[in-house]
Design a protein around this ligand. Sequence first.
Ligand SMILES: Cc1cc2nc3c(=O)[nH]c(=O)nc-3n(C[C@H](O)[C@H](O)[C@H](O)COP(=O)(O)O)c2cc1C
Length: 314
Amino acid sequence: MRLILAPMEGVMDHIMRDLLTRIGGYDRCVTEFVRVSREKLPPRVFYRACPELRHGGKTPAGTPVYVQLLGGIPDCMARNAQVLENLKPQGIDLNFGCPSKVVNNSDGGSILLREPQRVHDIVKAVRTAVSTHIPVTAKIRLGFDDGSLFEDIVLGVEAAGATELCIHARTKQHGYKPPAYWSEIGKVKPKLRIPVIANGEIWSAENALQAQADSGCQDLMLGRSALSFPDLARVIKAQHHGETYTPMTWDEILPIVLEYAHSFEERAPVRASGYIKQWFTYLYRQYPEAESTFQQIKSMKLPSEIRAHIGKNA
Ligand SMILES: Cc1cc2nc3c(=O)[nH]c(=O)nc-3n(C[C@H](O)[C@H](O)[C@H](O)COP(=O)(O)O)c2cc1C
């Protein structure tokens, strides 16, 4: 089985990818989306989304990072994929799942699921534009309004030459509301030859087993749970291999949070406290201890103040 760290705009940047892949258990990451419009983006846009491109496209722990593109016009996507190809990415992922109104209004993300032909054309254009050794993957939901076009979409993605397909088992209308409908993936999986990755609502090792059973997929993608449970990938892998693994305690997590807080002091001091607090809101799903620390740091503005406070407990 493989575990993929989900793309998450505004949270899963290269620092978080570094921290989580160092903890381990992940086989691949995907960057936050890079929005493609009509013009050819300069390389610096791709380097910003994926600083790992300067290091062979891998995190310091050696985990490959695919760069995600989002856009609705096949030849613009293809032209930008060629710019990206020159930077030697480990792979290119195409976003057809983003539910954001702003993104959907600008003709990108999940709105494209209303048009299976366009999804096909985008995948095909990118696949044709870049060398065959570069994997081109797609990430979709079950549909936009409902799942009526789901089978057309997945068959189109495969016919267009995608290397792999990741399916977030909800429609755009479902948003992020539980449950995720893993068995919907299971209905189309036997019709596909490319590897399929199941995604959505996998918060525990038990959920991972159930998602595999319902979807028929070996490979899974973890999103929010990777933030709330930083070593969940290791727990799931240990379960898969029948090994014993003791999950990290809050005391072991705290120094990692501290490292995250520290990384912001130089690179983004203004936004830092927001990002640190944001991670806490995820962490307290798994660690009740995170909630009391969050209450204490909630009104703090300076990252150094937050770091000093966390540091006292670490
Ligand atoms: C804050 C946030 C940002 C996200 N950004 C992206 C993105 O940039 N690209 C993408 O394909 N999916 C994005 N997603 C969707 C996730 O990759 C994933 O499909 C979704 O969260 C379901 O998985 P989960 O239940 O494991 O979190 C985002 C989700 C969240 C919550």
